[in-house]
Design a protein around this ligand. Sequence first.
Ligand SMILES: C[S@@+](CC[C@H](N)C(=O)[O-])C[C@H]1O[C@@H](n2cnc3c(N)ncnc32)[C@H](O)[C@@H]1O
Length: 236
Amino acid sequence: MLTVILLDCALEIVPSEISSFKDIQKQAGRKGKKPNEILLDQTYHGRAMTKLDKSDRRGRPDIIFHSLVTLLETPLCKEGLLRVYLHLQDKRVVEINPEVRLPRNYDRFVGLMEQLLIEKRVPVEGEPLLEITRRTLTDLLSKLKEEHSGTTTILAIEGGKRTGVQDFRDLLPDDASVPVVVGIGAFPHGDLSEDIKQLFDLHLELDREVMMAWHVCAEVLWIYSERIDVIRRRYS
Ligand SMILES: C[S@@+](CC[C@H](N)C(=O)[O-])C[C@H]1O[C@@H](n2cnc3c(N)ncnc32)[C@H](O)[C@@H]1O
């Protein structure tokens, strides 16, 4: 079982400090919403965002979109061998039901995330497909480790142990019942905090240059899928 945690996701509702900015009011108006009902997005709110603390790591919902469409609905996911969580910059953790079919269209994805952040779950009634939990990242990792004593936790990070594809593959358990947790940053710039880094057993660098979060997601997903031979399982 592979668990991917997208860390410090650049996904949030427009904060009140900048909700009175004209650009933001206008964009919200075009969507028939209030400023505090729309996602913060550097593409549209770049000027207002200069007023925000740590603005260079916020307002990039597209990173979460590309990462999720890379991970979900893959053969590994269809086999029930993938779990995905979002860790938000306000420290809340979102649980994603692996059966969710995300919109293919980015604007519809944005609408879904707005609903999630406002209502705390999607859909509002019935079995949740996306839900903001009461867990912290520490709780989540402890729970995942408690489920299986052999759980390995890996952080994909620049400056970690230089790891080629073959070495990465060999580090992963070939027994699908042994869980592996991989943390990947889902923000555009800056570093992960020491508090987050120390929660993971291994720190691995997967290329000498910085990679897009969704490329790291793709590499992790497919190397793990190959390691446990998921496609052959699906034919047998
Ligand atoms: C665009 S980067 C975030 C930028 C940031 N400079 C950083 O150090 O995390 C997105 C995430 O992809 C992963 N990543 C990017 N390049 C990597 C690399 N060369 N090796 C391993 N993971 C990488 C990390 O988890 C990183 O947080």
